[in-house]
Design a protein. Structure first.
Length: 504
């Protein structure tokens, strides 16, 4: 049993509890948050190395054996996503003193943010589908606080909509959990996978799978369940929106990736090719149409989230080793690049006082470093080599060609052109041309440099993922094989003796 697995959950939980005290002592709040975020980054990287060298790591709470106790599992996929989340969280924490506003920081912002991290990390690491629901709810409760932070009319309206839709989805989640337990008598994911492989559901498992597609589709903003996202992600404070855009929607994708490679694999022709793949293509198209139609920096990026979710869902729908590897690469890439793009939008707003593209231009002239960093991140999103987006998108397209899903590949390429068009639109209106609009921050001011530092950090990470693509692809290919086989996961959680006895 590895106690390291529980650290990404315990560290932010303890940090959040400590930060509930003295919320107005901002220097202390910021310092504790940065130290905690750095520790979690270190733990995440160690967890990736341990999972790679030592195999799947399992933590059984109270030494209760699975499937009876609370189980946390770090395999290659979950360890990598915890690590990517922690890097994005560090950048957001570093950005927050300059992009949040002191009045909002004092409203338990840092405590709420670390409790959000507990939910995200717990969702990645849990080995039990009921505890996945618990961590989802913790994540959502913290997110309601963070979206509403500041209490403007727009925020409250969007928070209400966000909470209402997600609470309905949570009700369906509980229904699905109850249905699984009634059918198989367990909620431990490894035990569920084992029992599913040993039984015949007569089609009921596919029905339950569709219910979970609805549940996780809401969390991931899959068509037609995406309506809550653009407004909610536009209304919140910039650091919050950046983390939501980069990480939060990917938790739903991870839940689909985990359950639809481990549990819901009885009829992939229906659940994957028949449901997930068409939803992926429609999500891509709807998202990019929405992005092209917008004239606001943040709203364009919000619709891009929906569009890019379609690429990840496409990999799960294809369900080949190469497609799953491409999905994992693309998720990690999006965690980094989408976070940095929202932070760039927030920095532009701090400089100009607006995110309306029609009211700002010439930032490349007046604030050149911001323009250069945005351009690199935009090229990464589009998929220009050697940045991170290129290899994720290329892997997914190769998987589509190998699976003879030529229509899916064509749609993905066309949507990629739409992504390029919309990013050119932002660059042309905001950064190119003559200076127009307010300039509230001087490019040499400490505040502006404070905004640039976390943006530069994530741009460097994106470039490193691209330049180190050989290692990334090797890792994610092994991760995909681990997900699709399932045997190593089941044996790590239940023990090889239990698995062998069950199969005899």
């Amino acid at each position: 049993m590895s106690n390291l697995v529980v650290a990404p959950v315990v560290l932010p939980l303890l940090t959040g509890a400590v930060l509930l005290f003295a919320p107005r002592r901002l220097a202390w709040q910021r310092g504790v948050s940065i130290v905690s975020a750095l520790l979690v980054v270190a733990v995440g990287l160690i967890l990736v190395r341990t999972a790679w060298q030592g195999g799947i790591q399992v933590f059984q709470a109270g030494n209760w054996p699975a499937p009876f106790g609370i189980t946390l599992v770090a395999d290659l996929t979950s360890a990598l996503l915890v690590s990517a989340t922690s890097v994005a969280a560090l950048a957001v924490v570093l950005f927050s003193p300059y992009g949040m506003g002191k009045d909002r920081e004092e409203l338990y912002y840092y405590a709420g943010f670390h409790f959000l991290l507990v939910g995200v990390h717990g969702s990645f690491l849990t080995g039990d589908i009921f505890n996945l629901f618990v961590f989802f709810e913790l994540m959502l409760l913290a997110s309601y606080l963070l979206v509403a932070l500041g209490g403007t009319a727009v925020q409250l309206r969007e928070t209400f909509k966000y909470a209402l839709i997600n609470n309905v989805a949570s009700g369906f989640f509980l229904l699905g959990v109850a249905w699984l337990y009634r059918t198989y008598g367990t909620l431990n994911m490894a035990d569920l996978a084992l029992r599913v492989s040993m039984s015949e559901s007569n089609g009921w498992l596919s029905v339950i799978a569709v219910l979970f597609i609805v549940v996780f589709g809401v969390k991931a903003a899959v068509f037609p369940l995406y309506g809550w996202l653009p407004g909610s992600y536009f209304a919140g404070p910039t650091p919050v929106v950046a983390f939501f855009g980069g990480v939060l929607s990917k938790v739903g994708i991870y839940a689909l990736l985990r359950t639809f490679t481990l549990i819901f694999v009885e009829d992939p022709a229906f659940t994957h090719r028949g449901v997930l793949l068409p939803l992926a293509l429609i999500t891509m198209v709807i998202g990019i149409i929405g992005a092209i139609a917008q004239t606001d920096f943040k709203r364009i990026l919000s619709f891009h989230i929906i569009s890019q979710i379609g690429y990840m869902l496409m990999g799960i729908g294809l369900l080949t080793p190469l497609a799953i590897a491409g999905t994992i690469i693309f998720v990690v890439h999006q965690m980094v690049v989408k976070t940095v793009l929202f932070l760039t939008a927030g920095a532009a707003e701090q400089v100009t006082g607006t995110t309306d593209l029609r009211k700002m231009s010439g930032l490349l002239t007046s604030h050149g470093p911001l323009g250069v960093l945005f351009l690199i991140a935009a090229l990464a999103l589009v998929g220009i080599p050697p940045l991170s987006g290129f290899f994720g998108k290329l892997t997914l397209l190769q998987a589509g060609v190998e699976a003879r899903a030529f229509f899916s590949v064509a749609v993905a390429l066309i949507v990629g052109l739409g992504t390029l068009f919309s990013m050119i639109k932002i660059f042309r209106y905001s950064f190119w041309g003559e200076e127009k609009g307010l300039r509230l921050l001087d490019k040499n001011s400490p505040a502006f440099r404070g905004l640039l530092a976390p943006i530069a950090l994530l741009v460097v990470v994106s470039a490193a993922l691209g330049l180190g693509a050989e290692h990334v692809i090797t890792y994610t290919s092994a991760s995909a094989q681990q997900l699709l086989s399932g045997q190593a996961y089941i044996e790590a959680v239940l023990g090889s003796f239990v698995v062998a006895r069950s199969g005899s």
